[in-house]
Design a protein around this ligand. Sequence first.
Ligand code: F6R
Length: 241
Amino acid sequence: MTIQVFENEEQVALAGAALIAAELLQDPYTVLGLPTGSTPIGIYRELIRMFENGVISFAEASAFNLDEYIGLDPDHEQSYNYFLHENFINHVNFRAENVRLVQGLAVNANEECEQYEQDITDAGGIDLQLLGIGRNGHIGFNEPAAWFEKTTHVVDLAADTIAANSRFFANEDEVPRQAISMGIGTIMDAEKIVLAATGSSKAEAIRAMCKGRIDPACPASILQIHPNVTILLDPAAAALI
Ligand code: F6R
């Protein structure tokens, strides 16, 4: 686990984008795993800027997303499909057929999970998985639990996650109670992982992830045994390590 602490959120975003750009320059066919949330927005902004300046291209790259709420239409403003299109995909040159986002409106969510795993495998696996981290140590929607979920699966969201995400909805009752998430195994199968976190609300989760026991009570702690993971932090998120 390589931990890098930057001066501020902006520098974290530049570093995250630089790692992804380096991957694309080395392999234009890179398969990316993309998260939503506040943290990656700056990284996506910088990648868009690099694309507009002709530094990088996504013409041969592929994208999968980390997770999606169950029950939200992909056009719903709070769906993760919508978020990724608005904040990233619509602004660069992915080919539509190379973007596979997991669908929360699939008729059979469990079948969608299986199909999603198959589609990742058929794409040759994820080369670089970008991640944020929840205040409770979740990655994707893999919440603290008694075991690590291996593959893409249906999740009942933790109360803390519903509360944290309610800021994006009119009220807490509107936050979906279930989601589909890549499993911990899906994430760990990625060749490289880049996790970014900023702000003091993430400090305890970062401590547990980097210094705690590998324990499904802090799902991100499993990253300690991934062979190629880079953690990008600002000083507030790094305060307890
Ligand atoms: C997003 C996701 C979540 C977020 C985490 C942090 O696709 O899977 O695990 O990465 O909740 O969210 P932010 O970045 O909003 O603090």
